[in-house]
Design a protein around this ligand. Structure first.
Ligand code: PA5
Length: 453
């Protein structure tokens, strides 16, 4: 299978080969400790082998249940937040028509999301839409206790039961959660919902290639076998490759060397709007894995050429703390030729019969040159095309590179202790049982610090 590749020629003005590979031996050891599960956070490394060990009959079971719900619905509502929805949305967007919901004929259900925010208007509007369509729900929460999806599920559960009746609603609700614990599991057992399980040793942001992503992806018609095969193809090229050719090691080393030279912000760039949410997924993966102990690159995303007309100025001439990683699709899914125009009032005939992607590629090359000239190193990741197999590769690549990167930084890339701070304050402020003792103190502090009632 053809593979994604990494080109680091565009960092050569900033890092010598020797600087890039200065910590190569350490990176090799970190890769080994990921494989042998001996490093920090080693109880969350199930994803390393999961795609290899998942059996085809497990995939077929997912597809079988996907088919059962598909035939009943126009819309699938995926309830989940963070690692429980970002990867799924990313994959669907990369593989779907840019205006799916407006296509006159649809072969697959449309996916809408809930539980990824607390916007009252958002949920209100969603319920309004769901009054008009046949729909089903997949609710994903590993802990089974996360506030945003829990509230969304309570509201949607009421809605779907009112619409179809309690018994019929059960056939339209699937749950993906932990096998042994959590309130969501309790609800699922109580209501007899079909459950799929997230392995204990896989954390949210590393879970898209488990039932977390596979189930909703299969429901909207994505080839999950190809996705898994793609991940495994990349896996076999990096997992036992302790040479300088290993692209996961290369990426981890380059970003670490740039970080140590004061490049504190990594901007992930794509030249197609279809990858917008893939960058969101990447931001969570690296932000939550590395941003701790007062360390870590800030992961930022841009859609070019769109954002060249907003953030382009800053990247070109602002504070020199940036580097970019560019996701380049070699072959767009579709072809579009710029037509010839006899009048040529727009003076664009020099582009007649050229593909739009030709102009896009030239914009990319011109931008890389402009940005590297201005002190912004670029790493280029080449993706043959937006197909399941390459997307599987890309996901596995970033996950393994993230593990190595986190270890190079000296942090545990598999926990997220910082996420608890806002949760504790929120629970205290909404008077969640169990938080009474800190509730008064927090309200008092808010009042003293910010004069808030
Ligand atoms: O990566 C993570 O662990 C988080 O982003 C979680 O995915 C997110 O907080 C949702 O958690 P849960 O699936 O337990 O509802």
């Amino acid at each position: 299978m053809e593979r994604i590749s990494l080109n680091y020629n565009f960092v050569s003005d900033f890092l010598s080969e020797q600087e890039i590979f200065q910590r190569f031996d350490e990176a090799k050891e970190h890769l080994k400790s990921l494989i042998n599960k001996t490093g920090k956070g080693n109880d969350f490394l199930g994803w390393i082998d999961y795609t290899e060990s998942i059996q085809s009959d497990e995939l077929y079971e997912i597809e079988e249940y996907a088919e059962k719900i598909r035939e009943k619905i126009d819309i699938l509502v995926l309830i989940g937040i963070g690692g429980s929805y970002l990867g799924t949305k990313a994959i669907i967007d990369m593989l779907s028509h840019s205006f799916t919901s407006l296509l006159p004929e649809k072969n697959n259900p449309i996916i809408l999301f809930a539980g990824n925010n607390l916007g009252e208007d958002y949920l209100h509007d969603l319920l309004e839409i769901l009054n008009y369509y046949e729909y089903g729900i997949v609710v994903v929460s590993k802990s089974g206790t996360t506030t945003e999806p829990a509230i969304a599920f309570r509201i949607l559960k009421h809605h779907i039961e009112n619409k179809y009746g309690k018994d019929k609603a059960k056939e339209r609700i699937y749950v993906v959660t932990d096998k042994n614990k959590g309130i969501l599991l309790e609800i699922a057992k109580n209501e007899n919902y079909k459950c799929f399980y997230i392995p204990d040793d896989i954390g949210g942001r590393y879970s898209v290639l488990t039932p977390v992503g596979l189930l909703p992806l299969a429901i909207v018609g994505i080839d999950i076998h190809q996705l898994i095969q793609g991940a495994n193809s990349l896996r076999s090229s990096v997992i036992n490759n302790f040479t300088k050719d290993n692209i996961a090691i290369q990426y981890a080393l380059i970003r670490n060397a740039l970080y140590n030279k004061g490049k504190l912000v990594e901007i992930m760039v794509s030249y197609t709007p279809r990858m917008h949410f893939f960058i969101e997924w990447w931001k969570q993966l690296f932000g939550e894995s590395e941003g701790k102990e007062n360390k870590g690159l800030l992961p930022v995303g841009v859609d070019f050429t769109t954002d060249l007309h907003s953030l382009g100025q800053y990247i070109q001439e602002g504070k020199r703390i940036l580097f970019e990683t560019v996701l380049h699709i070699n072959k767009p899914t579709n072809q579009l030729i710029i037509p010839h125009d006899n009048e040529n009032i727009d003076k664009l005939n020099f582009l007649s019969y050229k593909r739009v992607s030709y102009v896009n590629n030239m914009a990319m090359l011109g931008t890389i040159l402009a940005h590297t000239d201005a002190g912004v190193p670029n790493i280029l990741i080449d993706i043959p095309s937006l197909q399941e197999k390459y997307i599987g590769q890309l996901i596995y690549f970033f996950q393994i590179a993230c593990g190595i990167s986190g270890y190079l930084l000296g942090v545990n890339p598999f926990d997220q202790p910082g996420v608890e701070a806002y949760k504790n304050n929120l629970f205290a402020l909404i008077n969640k049982p169990g938080y009474e003792n800190i509730s008064t103190a927090i309200k008092k502090r808010l009042n003293e610090k910010f004069k808030l009632p």
